[in-house]
Design a protein around this ligand. Structure first.
Ligand code: C2E
Ligand code: MG
Ligand code: MG
Length: 652
């Protein structure tokens, strides 16, 4: 039982106890006053009776005296004398009883007065009787009428007054008692009403407190449930609830003999946006995506936030696969439209993986895994698209896992090789001034694997850090070796992946490579892509400055594809921009691309940077680049990436 309930119960009990006590006191007061009234009434009645007796016997005594005088007969005299004495006795008996009672001051005074007169009247009566006995009737009558009778009247008068006094006293006692009774009853009424009111109050407040507590408990329970099953940022159900929803949708589709689908959705550019524009805008973007997802599904469908920038949608009761197409395409269009967040116009896209029950899988985990695999494929194919899961994808995922296992041994088994692609000066001599190091994996069973097929895996598994260090040191040692052989001095460009760039050991690794190889720091160029540089701008700027302080050069790779903010580029210590192959490809045919490339070159020169054109394949591209004063060209026009021995030949 809670502390508050105990206090309320105690309070309730005390009030009841107090009420009962007060009522008991009231009732006992009533009883007392009733018995004292009874006592007063009884005693006054007794007094009245005694006064009556005294009054009667006094009258009878006087009557006996008159009879003695008037009848003048010895027999009558004897009878009257006897009666006189008898009444005198009666009077005295009543008188003694009366005096023994509890008398008030007034009564005592009146009674004393009466006694004093009676003391005179008694002997007078005896004297009258004696006179009658001696035959002196005249004298007897005279004394009776003139002396005894008036005194006796006074006695009777006092007795009547006493009687009146008793009556008034009784009346007064009754009235007092009645007033007292009324007062006590009123007090009892008031007390019991207050007690009842307090009790009702306590009951009311207790019930209110209990219901408040219950409501609080319910809210608390709801909060816990919300936290356990709902995402606090978007308010969407979370992964826990997702499983239940899938189960429900499977059962429903079994019942209705319809399809159900799970859509796995991942934001294509969340990390760079979050890193460059800050977490507040990142969070707002997730909320905006969540809202747009909800807008594009039916009320019966469930949208969940699975983690970070991953969402899932459960589509119930699907009659035809075209419903899924419509919803998925609707989501792509809706998300791609600009998101206005805190005054920023933010663009992003999503990749969607779709899995259908019962076509692709029949259990919850299977459906979720296949939707995830399909999403991964959609992303690999460039993002901003949806892909249905198929068994080929599964095969691909398994292959990827095997490849990852093999990659762990590739370094120790010397399966990794470095290829070099020359970078030529854009002038008439077209001298090789540098080379980009491009990694190859000579797999024992699969043969030569291009970097696109394993760099991602290395990045995901973290292997890229040790592989990257190996590339760095091997490349530096290679050009040092060429220098020792007397070959022309060239620079070497090494690609850094996002994970390598963010790794705490990067600076030490670069320093080691320079120290161990003995090449000049200015000969080493580190390539990072635009998105890597724009990832976490503050950190990027700091890392780039640290690298620059070692004396190495920095190139921004694949420039033009990463939505980089030019104003930020300006704040970074960058030496070269490498224009992405996709802009060079149609350079000789597209006026738009010409204008774009020219603009990049002009801008780079303004910022004090050199420009390297990637993927130069034909002479026209080269000539145009020459026209616009682009400094360096790299591409198949000069050479594909080749093993060290082949570049060596070119350098002679
Ligand atoms: P990247 O750094 O942009 O490298 C240039 C890519 O363009 C190379 O592909 C190269 O073979 C290709 N290329 C160069 N000239 C031409 C051309 O005229 N035509 C065509 N069609 N392609 C051309 P590669 O070697 O497959 O490398 C692909 C990507 O893999 C690289 O792009 C780079 O991002 C990554 N990569 C390669 N080696 C490494 C490495 O050691 N570490 C890291 N982190 N990434 C690497
Ligand atoms: Mg590169
Ligand atoms: Mg590139």
């Amino acid at each position: 039982m809670s502390k508050s309930k105990i206090i309320i119960l105690l309070g309730f009990g005390s009030i009841l106890l107090l009420g009962t006590l007060l009522i008991t006191i009231g009732v006992s007061h009533l009883n007392k006053s009733k018995s004292s009234l009874d006592h007063i009434v009884n005693s006054n009645n007794l007094k009245i009776q005694l006064i009556n007796k005294m009054y009667q016997s006094a009258r009878e005594r006087t009557v006996s005296l008159f009879r003695m005088i008037i009848l003048d007969d010895p027999d009558e005299f004897e009878k009257s004398l006897e009666k006189m004495h008898l009444n005198g006795g009666k009077f005295m008996l009543a008188w003694e009883k009366f005096i023994a009672l509890d008398l008030s001051q007034v009564e005592k005074k009146m009674f004393a007065e009466q006694a004093a007169i009676s003391a005179i009247v008694g002997p007078l009566h005896n004297k009258i009787a004696d006179l009658v006995n001696f035959g002196d009737l005249e004298q007897a009558q005279q004394i009776l009428v003139e002396q005894a009778e008036p005194l006796q009247d006074k006695v009777l008068e006092i007795l009547i007054q006493l009687q009146k006094y008793q009556r008034t006293e009784t009346q007064q006692a009754i009235e007092d008692n009645s007033n007292n009774y009324k007062e006590i009853v009123t007090i009892m009424w008031v007390v019991s009403s207050i007690v009842i009111l307090i009790c009702f109050g306590i009951i009311f407040f207790t019930l209110r407190l209990i219901s408040k507590n219950e409501a609080k408990q319910e809210r608390y329970q709801e909060d816990i449930e919300r936290q356990a099953f709902y995402d606090h940022l978007t308010g969407l159900p979370n992964r826990r609830l997702l499983n239940g929803q899938i189960k429900k949708a499977i059962n429903m589709s079994k019942q209705n003999e319809l399809l159900m689908a799970v859509l796995f959705i991942d934001c294509d550019r969340f990390k760079p946006i979050n890193d460059s524009l800050g977490h507040v805008i990142g969070d707002n973007l997730l909320v905006s995506i969540a809202n747009r997802l909800k807008e594009n599904v039916r009320s019966s469908d469930t949208v969940c936030r699975v983690s970070g920038d991953e969402f899932a949608i459960v589509l119930e009761n699907i009659k035809h696969i075209t419903v899924i197409d419509k919803i998925a395409q609707g989501i792509l269009n809706s998300i791609a439209a600009p998101h206005i967040l805190e005054g920023h116009k933010v663009f992003t896209t999503v990749s969607i993986g779709v899995t259908v029950y019962p076509l692709n899988d029949k259990n919850i985990n299977g459906l979720l895994t296949s939707a995830d695999i399909a999403m991964y494929h959609a992303k690999q194919n460039g993002g901003n698209q949806y892909e249905y899961f198929n068994s080929e994808m599964n095969k691909h995922t398994k292959q990827k896992l095997t490849l990852e296992q093999d990659l762990h041994e590739a370094l120790t088994n010397n399966e990794l090789q470095l290829y070099y692609q020359p970078q030529n000066q854009i002038d008439t001599k077209r001298t090789i001034t540098g080379a980009e190091v491009l990694l190859r994996w000579n797999h024992p069973k699969k043969g030569m694997i291009p970097p696109h097929d394993f760099i991602g895996i290395a990045e995901e598994s973290g292997l890229i850090v040790s592989i990257g260090e190996w590339v760095l040191i091997s490349a530096c040692k290679q050009i040092q070796q060429w220098q020792r052989q007397g070959l022309s001095k060239i620079s070497i460009s090494v690609n850094l992946s996002p994970k390598q760039f963010a790794h705490s050991n990067l600076l030490t690794a670069v320093k080691n490579a320079l120290d161990e190889s003995g090449i000049e720091a200015s000969q080493l160029v580190l390539e990072i892509t635009e998105s890597t540089a724009m990832g976490s701008i503050e950190n990027s700027i700091e890392t780039l400055h640290q690298l620059k302080s070692l004396g190495v050069n920095i190139s921004i790779d694949d420039f033009g594809t990463g939505y980089s903010s030019l104003s930020y580029l300006q704040t970074m210590p960058i030496d070269n921009l490498k224009i992405d192959r996709s802009f060079i490809k149609k350079l000789h045919r597209s006026e738009k691309d010409k204008a774009f490339v020219q603009a990049i070159v002009t801008m780079a020169h303004t910022l004090g940077m050199k420009v390297i054109a990637e993927g130069v394949e034909v002479e026209e591209q080269f000539l145009f680049l020459q026209d616009i004063s682009c400094e360096i060209a790299q591409g198949f026009l000069f050479s594909k990436p080749v093993p060290a021995e082949e570049l060596e030949k070119m350098l002679w």
